[in-house]
Design a protein around this ligand. Sequence first.
Ligand code: ACO
Length: 350
Amino acid sequence: MPRSKIAGIGMYVPKNVVTNNDLKKYMDTSDEWIQERTGIKERRYADRTKETTATMGIEAAKIAIERAGITPQDIDFIVFATICPDYYFPGCGVLVQRAMKMKEVGALDVRDQCSGFIYALSTADQFIRTGMYKNILVVASEKHSFGLDFSTRGRNITVIFGDGAGAVVLQPTDDENRGILSTHLHCDGNNAEILAMYNPGTHANYWTNGNKLADFNEAEIGEMFMSHAMIDHAQNFPNMDGPTVFKIAVEKFPEVIMEALNANNYQTSDLRLLIPHQANLRISQFVQKKLRLTDEQVYNNIQKYGNTTAASIPIALCEAYEMGKIKEGDLVCLAAFGSGFTWASALLKW
Ligand code: ACO
């Protein structure tokens, strides 16, 4: 059975740089608070009217496809990961197929938040291993800036997120020294509401475990997907219990990285590069310390781009590759943790 290799990689970030001080125009915050808690100095925001999650993904995909030495017409399957889709439905995959004039291939949209890219990569990897497809485009893209609470009420979340996209082309390889060695996917739905955007949704303000989300009267709730009351309660914005996310993230990141290494009989010292999902620089630093990895073994760029959710890993991987930090045959681990909670890792030989 062949393995899959990353044959091409690309990234796209919007031109518009937004510094921590720029955010002070909208909310009560400071550069010191943001840098101290998250490590973020600036992030990119998409052009409000010209760029969408799909268009940014397409820009990254063009580069990945070109670097793979193929054309969009050679792609035989698309997997697209995002939490900021252009439309509630259909997903972004079909918009990529249309815009890039691809054949009438399948398109799958993945909803696994910060772990989305690894879930997407793992899915594509299975299709390559079974021989079903030969050129799979995996895209992860997020336009967070369109859906954040820019008032002081939302400051604990809004300052963290940024926009951007990354993409890879997966192809089969018989080379023993290259390719995706294994992927490891997990979730624990017990904390589904700890980091979530509640609306639009079909829960009518009761979580699936029967607990009430907020005190609305029946008239306010109605039977609507989205109501004025929901907007008044900021349920159309992401909601996060930051300290709980931090606590579980620093437990699950090392666990899933070690799972990948152990499954392939490698040790942390064998790792050329760990690319953690860029959740928060403090989380990455904690993980690095716990695994006793050197600074050279971990790549972080959240300082420049903020947290771009599913897109953060392919953006960081692409940047590390372009900087010459990864060479053919190097052992690279991708690891993510996010809303759901979901967490995942992928171990690959570049
Ligand atoms: N600027 C200034 N003050 C702020 C801001 C802000 N942007 N945000 C919150 N504060 C204030 C709060 O209002 C609070 O003030 P108070 O004490 O007067 O009530 C104080 O700072 C502390 O608030 P906390 O929410 O307790 O802040 P905490 O110290 O926990 O830091 C943070 C928040 C950075 C989110 C932290 O919990 C954290 O790092 N969590 C990890 C979660 C994370 O990184 N998520 C990333 C996205 S999810 C993912 O990718 C997995």
